[in-house]
Design a protein around this ligand. Structure first.
Ligand code: FMN
Length: 161
């Protein structure tokens, strides 16, 4: 049995997720690439691995899957404008954007994010129309704050029951 596209999209809308920006330097020309993702997952404790999925038709796809290192910034509840900015398509979105650069791997990171991770690319799995990118977290910092979440096509934050 195969579900319809509409049924599949409904599942996607029902799954709330934390919002991150993943970013890297394109090894071919040194430019910065960045995109908003909600597919970030902490994958393994020992070693400390994280992962995200990137769609094949993203303009940053080749740069991201071929990059030796990438930054992950877990956005806070005040950063929905940052999420919107990096959810647009194309390289121009990083022009003039303000980034911190990791001290260890020099990867681009969003200032004031809830967490910033410097990751060395560990494995890339092609799966359906996405690739799963796994990174080894080599350095990280966290801040206190509320998370930015995405649910039913809207940004929001967390309310305890
Ligand atoms: C909240 C949110 C979550 C997203 N999650 C993902 C994701 O996990 N993987 C992905 O490939 N695109 C995701 N996107 C879409 C990309 O951000 C969007 O396609 C972007 O334009 C890709 O940039 P690029 O084409 O410049 O690479 C998400 C968008 C939003 C708004």
């Amino acid at each position: 049995m195969t579900i319809t596209n509409e049924e599949y999209w409904k599942i996607g809308r029902a799954a709330a997720g934390a919002v991150c920006v993943v970013a890297a330097r394109d090894a071919s020309d040194g430019t910065l690439v960045a995109l908003t993702v909600s597919s970030f997952v902490t994958l393994s404790f020992e070693p400390p691995l994280v992962m995200f999925a990137i769609q094949h038709n993203a303009s940053s796809y080749s740069a991201m899957v071929e990059s030796k290192a990438f930054g992950v910034s877990l956005l806070n509840a005040t950063q929905s404008d940052v999420a919107q900015q990096f959810a647009s398509k194309g390289r121009q979105k990083t022009h003039g954007a303000t980034f911190d650069f990791g001290h260890l791997l020099s990867v681009p990171l969003v200032p004031e994010a809830l967490a910033q991770m410097e990751c060395a690319t560990n494995q890339v799995f092609r799966s359906g129309d996405h690739a799963i990118v796994v990174g080894l977290v080599e350095a990280a910092r966290t801040a206190v704050g509320q998370p930015l979440l995405y649910f039913s096509r809207q940004f929001g934050t967390f309310t305890p029951l």
